[in-house]
Design a binder for this molecule. Sequence first.
Ligand code: SAH
Ligand code: SF4
Ligand code: F3S
Length: 460
Amino acid sequence: MKAHNKKAYLLVYGCQMNVSDAERMAGELASIGYARTDEMQAADLILINTCCVRESAEDRVYGKIGEIKHLKRKNPRLIFGITGCMAQKEGDALIARAPHIDFVLGTSKVHELKNIVQEIESERGLGAGTAGGAAIATATRDKHGRFVDVNLTETELPDGGPVVREGKLSAWIPIMYGCNNFCTYCIVPYVRGRERSRRPEDVVDEVREAVAQGYKEVTLLGQNVNSYGKDHKLADFADLLKMVDEVPGIERVRFMTSHPKDLSDKLIETITSGKHICEHIHLPVQYGSDKILSAMHRIYTVDSYRALVRRIRAAIPDVALTTDLIVGFPGETDEDFAQMLDFLREIRYDSAYTFIYSKRSGTPAAKMEDQVPDAQKHERLEKLMAVQNEISREINDELLGTVQEIMVEGPSKNDDAMWSGRTRTNKLVIFPHDAEQPGDFVNVKITHPQTWVLKGQRVF
Ligand code: SAH
Ligand code: SF4
Ligand code: F3S
């Protein structure tokens, strides 16, 4: 067998769940001799792990697929596959559009990857191929002979396989897959299937293993972590978080995403009493008017969300709250939008991801009347961002002169002479390089707060 000299280039779009899935794909590929490379040109295998949450995400993928056509012409042995949410959504339509794709694998098929790649290798006379030439891939082939498997199997969990993580200090740990919420704008439930939770001991084992390998921080991942365990009832999310907090050697525990409709008081109490659970809750509100929240099928109201935030802040005084916001949802009026801005000024999030509503065919909102014109969506996004940026800046300004505990992550992206790291509240901090090493916990006094980053000096 050609041992470990083959190279795989994995391009990952979308959310942390996709990043985590790609780490499992990298694990599968490593087991058949592929090391991950950062150079697309040098790769023997290219995989795009795709996202389809907004049209812009899909457009980017189509652009990349086009680019790879040239590489494939130069090197016909190059293996090229599409995985992830867009693979799930489009299936063999992707191959019809781009026949240089060798395989398309859906979101629940990570464990199939190794078999399919081996089968293609053996067809092309590359590497070891399948043992004895036996067909082991269970994916069906399309009329051009390409593998396509987008069967959404919701019974098996992709547990237990090898993982090659991107980071050295911080590990993504999926705790559940899928989503049951069907927010009317969102494609995720259709491409990820129904919620299914990993067993608590499997999650805890993975955390233990990560700690043993030197990881200091874990982020527990799910589309709505608050509904963890509603299927198997072995533990709820608060129970799981407590178990992870108690893993010896863990320094920081994070989690995302929390759906506001079922963040329990028990969870708030668990965060308060936990030792390593970070004071940051990503609590996407999506919108700030009851009319739009109801049309989005978000279940909560402005009032119930407000009450939740009050409970959280009373229990965890230094908590950082972040959110996702969508402008331009069908039926949004100037009045709705004004309410949304008022709501932002009232809640005062530390930061927000802001999106323009993107019509996803097959979702209920795509068929709603009163779609908002593009120009108006853009105008509202600008206003929204301006309001939020001002708030983020004001909140960060309040940190001037305070001392924050930072985990050193590595050199700052823009300046090698600076270290970058994060506070427990997940704020990015940069400070001048000294003898510290990545993974060290240091105290930094904030001297120059900005909107997106806090600059400081180490104190002893
Ligand atoms: N499960 C998470 C995140 C899902 S996708 C949650 O519920 O918060 C991440 C974000 O993308 C969502 O929070 C939402 O703000 C945004 N999003 C989802 N579908 C969208 C669409 N059709 N158009 C614009 N933004 C969308
Ligand atoms: Fe999409 Fe809503 Fe599920 Fe989040 S909770 S993934 S926004 S359907
Ligand atoms: Fe995108 Fe799929 Fe995540 S659609 S946001 S990669 S779950």
